[in-house]
Design a protein around this ligand. Sequence first.
Ligand SMILES: Cc1ccc(Cn2cc(C(N)=O)ccc2=O)c(C)c1
Length: 317
Amino acid sequence: AEQAKEKLDALKEELNQYNYEYHVLDRPSVSDYEYDTKMKELKEIEEQFPELITADSPSQRVGGEPLEAFQKVNHVIPMLSLANAFNEQDLRDFDRRVREGVGEEPTYVCELKIDGLAVSLLYENGQFVRGATRGDGTTGEDITNNLKTIRSIPLKLSKEETMEVRGEAFMPHKSFVKLNEAKEENGEEPFANPRNAAAGSLRQLDPKIAASRNLDIFLYSVGLWEAGELESHSERLEYLKELGLKTNPEWRKCSSIEDVIQFVEDWMEKRPQLSYEIDGIVIKVDRLDHQEQLGFTAKSPRWAIAYKFPAEEVITK
Ligand SMILES: Cc1ccc(Cn2cc(C(N)=O)ccc2=O)c(C)c1
């Protein structure tokens, strides 16, 4: 069994790397056939030596039996909602409040606001151990088995960090159209939009159904983090990527509200080119000390705002 363990460890490393290249970088280095052949080899060894199976093995993505119900999860740091901006004046008002609060010109980070389901991923010593929905911000549902089926979620980080990361799980356009075609063929009610389809998929008690829905994820923030000492949101985004997590590549630093308004106008135009749905732009003050100075209202941070695009008629055909 010693050689089997060595062979298995090598295959795990290799397959997790290929999975990362394909689903996170969108830059595979081997053919699907080669990936599939090595996966079969790994499963054969695990079948012979079940005691060698580990939680971060690529064979463990589509987990166990359907659950009876979801366990509750308490978010130690609440997952807050963002205040909304609907026009340029709202953005200028936000900028004025920020400048008055921090007493200097802030740097902003603008990110695409993915129209999916906010989720929390907990890693302990680099291992993915638990995934949860946002719920009401304080209490969510444990959907670990369903989130494990999202191929772009690494089962192991590139460093042995103990941290909670947050992001948006979503259903890409192509998967949404295919799913609704299948539903209509079966005479079932199609989903109204990709957000409902993603939420419906992650609320399935049977992980095999979630696995069939081709969901994806972008991570964009950090919750609990033992050793966290970075100083800005932009550094955190870069660190999430360094850890092997999928981050949205379109974020930009903006040195003034004029830049923010330009970014918002640009993406209003470019939105239809994306392979996933966005419902706006998230604007955050970059420096974490500025964020602390600004603090929170009862339900939202004062250092961030969500610019909402006018609802787009979704072409479901
Ligand atoms: C048979 C088969 C196996 C794998 C895949 C997709 N894919 C490919 C790779 C790869 N090329 O590095 C890695 C992970 C993965 O999920 C498809 C579409 C079909």
